[in-house]
Design a protein around this ligand. Structure first.
Ligand SMILES: [Cu+2]
Length: 305
């Protein structure tokens, strides 16, 4: 009977270990991915410093967790009731009490120091960024203005998203970009997961006493999805955009076109027309590749029930 129970327990342990190994292997995670603890790969120096902080904070939390779990399980298993005698008591142990007050205080101080250090890096701004972009959130899309670039008719170069078209925020890689955030209506939030950064987009940010700008640099060319991260009404989930980071020479080419008149339409080049004209491969695809527009036609939905 007891041998039977032993083999059953042994089999259960083996099965649990095997399932654990399969679960780990099935995630297909590399060492670096595991150490990011669920975060996507960052594309800015700012995101790299945040990942380092996150990784070490989780490791510290896990070490504390393992010690706490061990201290909880140890008395449960090793000090089970064996008779009527009360075991040795440990209350009013001053050195133990001092230890568990001082050690957590040191841990909080260390975490605080590194958090402030990383926050200062992330919030750092230079007086002369390479590119300025005004990000305007509205129900339910985005508009990107480049205040330093004008079209032949004297207007600011602007890209506005529609229900049919995801707006592309075209930027140069390896340059300092300044984002000025503003809303036309309710509060939105500018979020690019690979930046590891989001910031609320307020109407009248000055009145709300909000720091409505931030700076970063994207350290590689590529396409990155952006989202609204503040519930802002019916079509909040559809407020996606795409950051398209081009090598600097291609960004110059892009802006050169956007500040000119397209002979085919006799109007300034749109974002899509400029990218098509550049014909530079997958970075110049004139529509978003990370996300697609949603059908916002309410009447069509009502008809289909
Ligand atoms: Cu929104």
């Amino acid at each position: 009977m007891s041998r039977n129970r032993g083999t059953r327990a042994g089999r259960a342990t083996k099965l649990a270990v095997a399932m654990g190994v399969v679960a780990l292997a099935a995630t297909g995670c590399s060492g670096q991915e595991v150490l990011r603890f669920g975060w996507p790969k960052g594309v800015t120096p700012q995101s790299d410093s945040m990942v380092t902080l996150w990784t070490w904070s989780v490791i510290a939390a896990l070490i504390v967790g393992v010690i706490v779990w061990a201290l909880m399980l140890w008395p449960v298993i090793a000090h089970r009731r064996k008779g009527d005698t009360i075991p040795r008591q440990f209350q009013y142990n001053h050195s133990l009490e001092a230890f568990y007050i001082i050690v957590p205080l040191i841990m909080v101080a260390v975490l605080f120091y590194f958090t402030v250090d990383v926050q200062n890096k992330v919030e750092k701004k230079v007086p002369n960024p390479d590119v300025k972009v005004n990000v305007i959130g509205f129900q339910w899309n985005w508009q990107f203005e480049y205040p330093d670039y004008k079209t032949p008719d004297g207007r600011t170069v602007t890209t506005t998203g529609t229900s049919q078209e995801i707006p592309l925020l075209v930027l140069p890689s390896n340059k300092i970009v300044d984002y000025e955030l503003r809303s036309n209506d309710v509060i939105h939030s500018f979020f690019v997961p690979q930046f590891h950064f989001k910031r609320d987009v307020f109407p009248q940010p000055e009145k709300n006493n909000q720091d409505h700008s931030f700076q970063n640099s994207i350290d590689r060319p590529g396409s990155f999805v952006g989202r609204c991260a503040e519930l802002c009404g019916t079509y909040h989930s559809m407020m996606n955009f795409e950051v398209r980071a081009l090598p600097d020479n291609e960004f110059k080419q892009y802006m050169d076109l956007r500040t000119k008149t397209n002979p085919a339409t006799n109007k300034p080049y749109t974002a899509a027309e400029a990218l098509t004209a550049m014909n530079c491969g997958e970075l110049c695809v004139p529509h978003a590749v990370t996300t697609k527009p949603f059908d916002t036609d309410r009447t069509a939905r009502q008809e289909s029930g």
